[in-house]
Design a binder for this molecule. Structure first.
Ligand SMILES: C[S@@+](CC[C@H](N)C(=O)[O-])C[C@H]1O[C@@H](n2cnc3c(N)ncnc32)[C@H](O)[C@@H]1O
Ligand code: SF4
Length: 363
């Protein structure tokens, strides 16, 4: 692994945050000596996914159980200052290019715009993934705080399947949330759609049409074995090829490059031949993009993970709250990245499900 430069301790700069929690020094501009963080398989790590909560106002069947989730106590969650500290070290030391805020449902955490304000000072591509239900109230404030882009999850346009999937009757609010995001100037606004055979796979063309009408790109995601109910099976996965074939038969498609301004995009992107936007598929199961994966994740309680399916976690909260410096944090991040594996083993006999489900990891 290529190690980043070692900066001197930053202890004197640290200040007390709310609740007596120490926070890192204020961001003072990108350190020119940022050195790429490279994993054992020579992939540059540069995309940080930050989960701000394990809680959610939905209960999507492919993610959470209907009831019985045990929530993290409030004091176990990283504060916004602590999350920003981790993000700052990733940007300053390793030149991370992208940060995505996720959860659980990130908008159920209070004053989310405060975190956006803090992270927007890092001058990276700043995005949010949300179920959209609170966007009608929040979209403008998030945009004003510095959020650039948003992905809204929407798996069905029909009230009944929507309610079956999310266990909530909020379809109209999610669509209003997408419209609010567009109205607020978030750009791009994208839709994430998890496709499950026998549940919503008959809607891919309708969802594509919805995206074309609204001017939002739809990203169809293969169902992954990260559901809390452990009901995933390969026959519920609709392969990305099949999704594209169905759309192409109605709205002819042509390929566009997968790379976007030097960053890796896991979605294979295609555009409509008639110029009405684009569509993407994330074939995590049938055509994994592990070979070009540039992502790492921090869970809401500060566990650093190098893959959605990782079985090992690294406790950044212990470093932050144990008097650690930027150097200590960087050392733990580098130790973790040194364990990033070549790829997941979904569909193979040696695949082991991680003990956390999607909402506890941060999708
Ligand atoms: C865990 S959610 C968190 C953010 C927000 N609550 C939302 O739903 O957009 C992030 C993304 O993961 C997707 N997701 C959740 N469980 C999944 C699964 N088992 N397979 C594939 N995608 C999944 C969701 O559809 C969503 O687009
Ligand atoms: S996918 Fe998102 S909205 Fe659905 S239960 Fe999971 S965290 Fe909540």
């Amino acid at each position: 692994m290529v190690r980043g430069p070692t900066h001197g301790p930053t202890g004197p700069d640290r200040a007390e945050g709310p609740g007596g929690v120490r926070r890192g020094p204020a961001y003072a501009g990108l350190v020119s000596a940022a050195v790429p963080l490279v994993d054992p398989f020579r992939r540059r790590v540069q995309d940080l996914r930050i989960s701000v909560t394990d809680r959610c106002n939905f209960r999507c069947t492919y993610c959470m159980p209907e009831e019985g989730m045990r929530w993290l106590p409030r004091d176990e969650l990283l504060t916004y200052e602590e999350l920003t500290w981790i993000a700052r070290v990733c940007v300053e030391r390793y030149g991370f290019a992208a940060i995505r805020i996720t959860g659980g449902e990130p908008t159920v955490r209070t004053h989310l715009h405060r975190l956006v304000e803090l992270l927007s000072q890092l001058d990276v591509d700043l995005a949010l993934t949300t179920n959209g239900v609170k966007l009608p109230e929040l979209a403008h404030d998030l945009r004003a705080a510095g959020l650039q882009r948003v992905n809204v999850s929407l798996d069905s346009l029909r009230p009944h399947p929507f309610e079956q999937l999310t266990r909530r009757d909020d379809l109209h609010r999610v669509i209003a949330g997408i419209d609010a995001a567009i109205d607020a100037g978030l750009d791009p606004v994208k839709v994430n759609c998890v496709v499950m055979r026998g549940v919503n796979d008959d809607e891919v063309v309708d969802l594509a049409a919805f995206g074309r009408e609204r001017g939002v790109g739809v990203r169809f995601i293969e169902y992954m074995p990260l559901d809390a109910d452990e009901e995933w099976s390969m026959d519920r996965v609709v392969p990305a090829r099949e999704i594209l074939d169905r759309i192409d038969a109605v709205f002819p498609l042509e390929a566009v490059g997968a790379e976007r301004s030097g960053q890796v995009e896991p979605a294979e992107r295609l555009r409509y031949r008639d110029g009405r936007g684009d569509v993407g598929v994330i074939a995590s199961v049938t055509e994994p993009f592990c070979g070009s994966c540039d992502r790492v994740r921090v869970t809401a309680e500060g566990k650093f993970r190098t893959c959605l399916f990782a079985l090992e976690e690294f406790d950044l909260r212990a470093v932050l709250r144990g008097g650690g410096t930027d150097d200590d944090l960087a050392a733990e991040i580098e130790r973790a990245v040194g364990t990033k594996w070549a790829g997941h083993h979904i569909g193979r006999v040696d695949f082991v499900r991680p003990p956390r489900s999607m909402s506890q990891i941060g999708g």
